[in-house]
Ligand binder design. Structure first.
Ligand code: FPP
Length: 251
């Protein structure tokens, strides 16, 4: 099993994004209700957040609730929202102790009132922390985010604040929920599914993708280190040749 000492601290991804998947299957394997899986998934959230901060990762983005998740049975949605509110409320002192700033991306206004309020309070109370930013993707979908960005830019163009010909990657990125954050270099998905599921489609253009069979409640620090080690053993070429990359590494 991988340990923290195996990791090269000079080659860390600045931003890691995770699709936390498999809570339901984990619970079913144990003959329990799906929400039991989500409850146990919180321990993995805590573990991975701690591991990321200890390593020196600057941004950790977790896909906690997608736009599509609203279509789940009402009892599961309600239980997930309750779990989110409770967890966020409970974790604020720990986030502050560890100097972790909380942020959120997604259609946050569509969250239930108490969830939105708890989230905004926690974001406000942790806003001065600068060791790591923990980003929760809530009521998030990439297609929603992209359409929202197009609308914002179109409004600016209508008011002549931006010329259509000047719209470039920088302007587009700045209209996304993730504005001001670097793109993730590593995207992890648990549970054996090899899909992106409408997550950060623009931002992961050059991310390394890591898929593991582990179900989210079984994904802890060691599994997180394993994913980073795998990332560190890859060659990131950004469209260049292997020889060009080796030459620039020698300089
Ligand atoms: C996917 O598993 C998981 C979710 C939709 C929710 C993730 C939520 C948590 C881990 C709990 C709270 C999180 C925070 C940030 C406090 P699934 O239900 O799709 O599993 P399945 O594919 O096996 O059905």
């Amino acid at each position: 099993m991988a340990s923290i000492s195996d990791i090269d601290k000079s080659k860390l991804p600045v931003h890691i994004a995770i699709i936390m998947d498999g809570n339901g299957r984990w619970a079913k394997q144990k003959g329990e209700h799906r929400i039991f899986g989500h409850q146990n998934g919180v321990a993995s959230v805590r573990d991975v957040t701690e591991a990321a901060a200890e390593l020196g990762i600057k941004y950790l983005t977790l896909y906690a609730f997608s736009t599509e998740n609203w279509n789940r049975p009402k009892a599961e949605v309600d239980a997930l929202m309750e779990l989110l509110v409770g967890t966020i409320h409970k974790e604020v002192p720990t986030l502050n102790k560890n100097k972790i700033r909380l942020n959120a991306i997604g259609n946050l206004r569509s969250l239930p009132g108490n969830c939105y309020k708890e989230l905004m309070d926690a974001i406000g109370q942790t806003s001065k922390n600068d060791r790591m930013t923990l980003v929760l993707a809530l009521s998030y979908s990439s297609k929603w985010e992209i359409i929202d960005a197009v609308k914002k830019i179109a409004e600016r163009a209508k008011k002549n604040e931006v010329a259509v010909n000047d719209i470039d990657e920088k302007i587009f990125s700045s209209a996304l929920c993730t504005h001001g954050m670097p793109d993730p270099e590593l995207l992890i998905r648990t549970s054996g599914e090899q899909r992106i599921s409408n997550f950060l489609l623009w931002q992961i253009a050059y991310a390394e993708l890591y898929f593991t069979e582990k179900l989210w409640p079984d994904f802890h620090k060691e599994e997180f280190y394993e994913a980073i080690l795998d990332y560190q053993n890859r060659e990131r070429r950004f469209g260049k040749t292997s020889e060009q990359i080796s030459a620039s590494n020698r300089q």
